[in-house]
Design a protein around this ligand. Structure first.
Ligand SMILES: O=C(O)C(=O)Cc1ccc(O)cc1
Ligand SMILES: [Fe+2]
Length: 443
């Protein structure tokens, strides 16, 4: 049986310059640094904005990796594991015997990467046994970590997507703010006021860039192991083909899935917001015989399949994008004609937005044609729509980027927005990344 997930706990990144990313997350993306784990062998720093939590891990140098580093993939001989043998890490006294990357695994990926989506589950030992039975490989077997606030048990499972792994964590016996081993720097969660100028509340979706023809295998894996369910991005979407965007040179196949959150009983503060929606997962692969796209570029520069972007949900994209842009975030912008073309201008105005305001930061709007009356209450008038804006890649390579998304009743992804994003990225590749228009090759 699939292992039920309680909720997405955090997403972790491995970067060579943790300081640079930390400073960008705080000053540009308006995240708050709230917990740190600094040892002689590792630097792990946690940032949050609403329920969206990133943990930044600085990639350790080879010489810093100790002899007691966790095995890269635990062998299949631990099926009979019981909690009595689970490694136990007591914090505070034996810092030197701790793994360098607590709650995670360092995979020595050659470029900066977002590689772990950590989920809360209710019984890690049981999840471990069940997933092993279903054929999963684990990087870290069930391990218990404790401090004065209680204990958590975690395990790290290898996924079928490139370097992506999932930490499964049980926090039901933990009363602290974050995780044992982290020093919480921002103690008073209740005092945190909602950042009205940049209101980001949670992760909306995680998008994987995958090689051609791998979507089916990835989807099956998540369905079988974690009970993910397919959801249709578009009403006309073919069950096998997925949502195909195959016009004007784009060439993408998108398939989306989501998981059902199980009971939240016992989850420790501050994550008890009952209305917190689920995070969706999108699998993107490129189609043959089309121009090169963001997925191809990701696979080449990231050197493996993996997490291509993460969307941050906001209630006010105009304000959030404006605040971030003022702080130095660079967004992709569609060609100016996008906002003046009659159909789009009308769509924007009918949704109650000002095309000039959206154009300032490259915000895209797409009306949703699917009819689901239950979500109509969230939007003005009778049209459901969504607004999106995409940052330029945040690492040195053209790999990972962030997205802001504001949903007004629309649950999927806009085909028009994807085409507009594609045009923006093409222009960026040709003009900015390759040294400006003078080096553009005429075809
Ligand atoms: O539209 C979105 O936000 C998606 O997540 C779909 C998507 C996937 C891959 C791309 O390169 C561009 C867009
Ligand atoms: Fe997205």
């Amino acid at each position: 049986m699939a292992v039920p997930l309680r909720r997405l706990h955090h997403v972790s990144l491995f970067v060579s310059n943790g300081h640079k990313l930390a400073s960008d997350l705080v000053s540009k993306y308006k995240f708050n640094l709230f917990a740190t784990r600094l040892t002689d062998r590792s630097t792990q720093v946690a940032f949050r904005k609403g329920a969206a939590v990133f943990v930044v891990n600085e990639r350790p140098t080879q010489s810093a990796l100790g002899l007691n580093e966790w095995p890269q993939v635990a062998g299949n001989d631990r099926n009979d594991q019981n909690s009595a043998d689970a490694p136990r890490v007591s914090l505070g006294k034996h810092k030197r015997s701790q793994p360098s990357c607590l709650y995670d695994v360092h995979l020595d990926h050659p470029v900066d990467s977002v590689s772990n989506v950590c989920f809360e589950v209710s019984d890690v030992e049981r999840a471990f046994k069940e997933l092993r039975r279903l054929g999963c490989d684990f990087y870290v077997p069930p391990t218990t970590v404790e401090d004065e606030n209680g204990l958590v048990t975690y395990s790290v499972v290898k996924s079928v997507v490139g370097n992506v792994c999932h930490t499964l964590i049980d926090k039901t016996k933990y009363g602290g703010i974050f995780l044992p081993g982290f020093d919480v720097t921002e103690k008073d969660w209740d005092l945190e006021k909602e950042d009205l100028s940049c209101p980001v509340t949670h992760f909306d979706h995680v998008t994987y860039a995958c090689p051609r023809n791998s979507t089916h295998q990835v989807m099956k894996w998540y369905e079988k192991l974690f009970g993910f369910h397919r959801f249709f991005i578009d009403g006309d979407e073919d069950v096998d083909e997925g949502f195909v965007v195959n016009q004007e040179g784009v060439g993408l196949r998108l398939t989306a899935m989501e998981y059902w959150k199980c009971s939240k009983a016992g989850i420790s503060l501050p994550f008890t917001d009952k209305s917190e929606p689920d995070c969706k997962f999108v699998i993107a692969e490129s189609l043959p015989h089309q121009s090169r796209n963001q997925v191809d570029t990701f696979l080449e520069q990231h050197r493996a399949a993996g997490i291509q972007h993460i969307a941050l949900y906001t209630k006010n994209i105009v304000s959030a994008a404006h605040t971030m842009a003022e702080a130095g975030v660079q967004f992709f912008s569609p060609p100016p004609a996008y906002y003046t073309e009659v159909g789009k201008r009308q769509e924007i105005e009918e949704a109650g937005h000002d095309p000039r305001k959206l154009s300032e930061h490259g915000i895209l709007l797409d009306a949703d044609l699917q009819q689901d009356p239950s979500s109509l209450k969230e939007c003005s008038g009778n049209k459901r729509y969504l607004l999106q804006v995409f940052t330029k890649p945040i690492f040195a390579e053209d790999t990972f980027f962030l997205e802001l998304i504001e949903r007004r009743g629309a649950t999927g992804f806009g085909e028009g927005n994807i085409r507009a994003l594609w045009r923006s990225v093409q222009a960026y590749m040709e003009n900015e990344r390759e040294g400006g228009p003078q080096r553009k090759t005429v075809q």
